[in-house]
Design a protein around this ligand. Structure first.
Ligand SMILES: *Cc1c(COP(=O)(O)O)cnc(C)c1O
Length: 393
């Protein structure tokens, strides 16, 4: 399809590739096809490109270069972090703490560990705005706890979890009790919106994915702090310092380096631009009767996210109606085989089932404009009216 006039408001699902990222990748795909493990020049050129990308990323994260591992995306990074740390610490204990509002890449990994590997998992429920507190985390620790995984920004409701405060509380606990608990965060929604400084955040592990910040699909990052117990389970060659085997995705790795640098560089301009558009649109949407905001009001909410429950509608109808106008948005709920399941995140906040099945998620990006917002403002009330009217029969 021609996307020229398309109004894309689903940036938490994925983003388009930035032309600068494409440029860098195209040249690599055409010219630097050598295997980075090969000794000849072409191979060594590839290895150098990967090194350079690692430096770019280490700079944004304020980490050491050796702490960056390239993966196939956010899902792999989450799997590797939680499985890798929990298996490495299996002698010490079998308890993992996470939250009920994580992405499925974390939740289903934890469920797998319970089902097939004998781990126990505590799923913390947030308060009604979506926040997890440091006290909650500390209270959930048992003698067996080895891994805590809590997302930085929730992909449905945009709530920003207090990662640095949780890290501080965990650090105090560990010093007092003299044992290691690995702290991981799924930070896939954060680049371009918040600082990724791992020192300030106090993380041992962090997951990122290029396609959420104008990079290509199929490449991600797992930050692993020096000294963190880790048993990599993608075994094979000695790539990525024996932490993740497989011939490197050179072009993707170059792409993620450029994309992350750009996201960080543009952040001071993009955040105020987008949050202004978001606030205007949100004010308009909340004027529609029986529409309720999910997640926090503005403090503790990422700049680009709107999530509302719209009483008395079918969310698929709304999404299709907007799509026909050339506007792409998302429902907070997964659509499986024709029926809309309530969102596990909204259920986790304590919302009733009906409101958890009718959520609309609008996630803005750096290239959205006032015109885009106006298009939604001008059409949404009528579409909702019509769907409600038809539903009543
Ligand atoms: C998109 C997303 C993922 C999965 O990343 P992929 O690269 O698509 O595998 C994980 N966690 C969060 C919070 C996400 O938004």
């Amino acid at each position: 399809m021609d996307t020229k006039d398309y109004i894309y408001l689903d940036h938490s699902a994925t983003t388009p590739v930035d032309p600068k990222v494409l440029d860098a990748m195209q040249s690599v795909l055409l010219k630097n096809y050598g295997n980075p493990s090969s000794m000849h020049q072409l191979g060594q050129e590839g290895a150098k490109l990967i090194d350079d990308s690692r430096s770019q990323i280490a700079q944004v994260l304020s980490s050491a270069r050796s702490e960056i591992v390239f993966t196939s995306g956010g899902t792999e990074s989450d799997n590797s972090a939680i499985k890798g740390a929990s298996f490495a610490l299996k002698e010490q204990g079998n308890h993992i703490i996470t939250t009920s509002i994580e992405h499925h890449a974390v939740l289903h990994t934890c469920e797998w560990l319970e089902k097939f590997a004998g781990f126990d998992v505590t799923y913390l429920n947030p308060n009604n705005e979506g926040f997890i507190s440091p006290e909650q985390v500390i209270d959930a620790i048992t003698d067996e706890t080895t891994v805590v995984s809590i997302m930085y920004i929730n992909n449905e409701i945009g709530v920003i979890e207090p990662i640095a405060e949780i890290a501080k509380a965990l650090k105090e606990y560990q010093e007092k009790h003299n044992r290691k608990i690995v702290f991981h965060s799924d930070a896939v929604q954060a680049p371009g919106w918040l600082s990724l400084d791992v020192e300030e955040l106090g993380l041992d592990m962090m997951s990122l994915s290029a396609h959420k910040f104008y990079g290509p699909k199929g490449v991600g990052i797992l930050y692993i702090k020096e000294g963190t117990p880790y048993a990599g389970y993608i075994n094979g060659g000695s790539q990525e310092n024996n932490r993740r085997a497989g011939t490197e995705n050179t072009a993707g790795i170059v792409g993620i380096g450029v994309a992350l640098s750009l996201a960080e560089e543009n952040r001071p301009v993009v955040v105020p631009h987008v949050s202004k558009l978001r606030d205007t649109l949100l004010r308009g949407i909340l004027k529609i009767p029986n529409v309720y905001l999910n997640g926090p009001e503005s403090d503790g909410r990422v700049a680009n996210n709107i999530n509302v429950s719209i009483q008395g509608i079918e969310i698929e109808s709304l999404i299709i109606n907007l799509d026909m106008l050339g506007v792409a948005v998302s429902s907070g709920s997964a659509c499986t085989s024709g029926s809309v399941e309530p969102s596990h995140v909204l259920l986790g906040l304590g919302l009733p089932k009906d409101l958890s099945s009718t959520s609309l998620r609008i996630t803005l990006g750096k290239d959205n404009t006032e015109e885009h917002i106006n298009m939604v403002q001008d059409n949404l009330p009528n579409i909702i009216d019509r769907i409600r009217y038809l539903k009543k029969g």
